[in-house]
Write a protein that binds this ligand. Structure first.
Ligand code: NAD
Length: 372
């Protein structure tokens, strides 16, 4: 692998290889773009097949964070870290404190957080060595679980979609298919119930879906059946890459709006398939930015009301995306990318950072559960 070519191709500012064999740390921190502010993004721990796979993942994920922060209107850049190792067996205080010292060494250019394979506990170890960490527990001034804020963003984002397609915001009586009955989906279902929507929920763990279904008086659906149910909205809240050649032809909905990361398996091909089927797509990194908004709030002293208020702004962000897509006759995903490009371009002069975003789609952790 030609490392500089790879870094250059995706336009990264800096990539740091962190190595400490005494504690068994092998980590890569990628800082994609800091035009808008310090690069914030989670630290993923994963059993990568090799160093090349780890590098590709961190480059891809860090660039994704640049988009999410920019579209959400945050003054933050995009970064990410990966630790090569088994999160079930190799997490030690020494490992994470050593990682924390590498983060500290960057002097605030990169701010870390939890992600797939890491939790609040490890971030608290990191915090012993650096203040450049978010996603710590409420008990010590952190923002805690981001999923309620993510879910609120998805809920208001759905309303923006409804306005675009049905002419008004109301989700009352709308038939909504929720894929996944995890953290985001369960909070989302709570909002949908209050609104009076008709909810259908699925999960690969039947007991999880049934529990959520019972709590919100939703119908339980088997996982493979969810795509074919005629409805108004499909809300993917489980895994990445689920909008693909197999699933899109089955969809009988008018809107796709959900919390999962990297929903389109291939950004260009599968976006076009949705357009051909006249399905409005809410770009994932815009509608699910609530989690990032939540941790970003820690940087100014966490206040839940402020984080929730900011997440409500996702309604206007999506309205702007849809308006641009309409006037320019481009896809909603191109419109979101263009808004990001314009915002970053104004500050840095960088013209095009989104070329090739399609390769973001579901690999590795995104096929199971993605980051924030
Ligand atoms: P979670 O692990 O709590 O829930 C995911 C659920 O999806 C699990 O219950 C899992 O069993 C289920 N699932 C997996 N594969 C499935 C399948 N094929 N069919 C049906 N269900 C399936 O995760 P979460 O925190 O709720 O996050 C959900 C998605 O939202 C992820 O893609 C995540 O990256 C993204 N996201 C989450 C946040 C957040 O604040 N938690 C923020 C932004 C994005």
């Amino acid at each position: 692998m030609k490392i500089f070519d790879e870094v250059d191709r995706k336009d990264h500012e800096q990539v740091i290889f962190c190595n400490d064999k005494r504690v068994g740390l092998k980590a890569i921190i990628a800082i994609h773009n800091t035009s808008l502010g310090p690069a914030l993004g989670g630290c993923r721990m994963w059993t990568y097949a090799g160093d090349e796979e780890a590098l590709r993942d961190v480059l891809r994920l860090s660039r994704g964070m640049t988009y999410k922060a920019a579209i959400a209107g945050l003054n933050l850049g995009g970064g990410k870290a990966v630790i090569v190792g088994d999160p079930n067996r190799e997490k030690t205080e020494a490992l994470f404190r050593t990682y924390g010292r590498f983060v500290e060494g960057l002097g605030g250019r990169y701010i870390t957080a939890e992600d797939v394979g890491t939790t609040v506990r490890e971030m608290e170890w990191v915090r012993m060595e650096t203040k450049y960490v978010t996603g710590i527990s409420r008990a010590i001034g952190g923002s805690g679980d981001p999923s309620p804020v993510t879910a609120l963003g998805v809920f208001v984002g759905m309303k923006a979609c409804a306005r675009e397609v049905f002419g008004n915001d109301s989700l009352r009586g709308k038939k909504i298919l929720v894929q996944g009955a995890g953290n985001v989906a369960s909070h989302l279902c709570g909002h949908l119930k209050k609104e009076g929507a008709r909810i259908y929920v699925t999960d690969i763990y039947e007991h999880k879906a049934k529990k959520v279904a019972k709590a919100v008086k939703a119908a339980f659906v088997m996982p493979e059946k969810i795509y074919g149910i005629p409805a108004d909205i499909f809300a993917p809240c489980a895994l990445g890459g689920i909008l693909n050649n197999d699933t899109i032809p089955k969809l009988k909905v008018k809107i796709v709006a959900g919390g999962a990361n990297n929903q389109l398996l291939d950004e260009n091909t599968h976006m076009q398939m949705l357009i051909d089927r006249k399905i409005l797509y809410a770009p994932d990194y815009a509608i699910n930015a609530g989690g990032l908004i939540n941790v970003a709030n820690e940087l100014e002293g966490y206040r839940e009301e402020r984080a929730l208020k900011q997440a409500e702004g996702i309604y206007d962000i999506l309205r702007a995306v849809f308006a641009l897509a309409r006037t320019e006759k481009i896809s909603t995903s191109q419109a979101a990318n263009r808004l990001v490009e314009e915002r970053i371009g104004k500050i840095s002069g960088i013209k095009q950072i989104y070329a090739g975003r399609s390769e973001f789609a579901g690999r590795l952790g995104e096929r199971t559960q993605g980051g924030r």
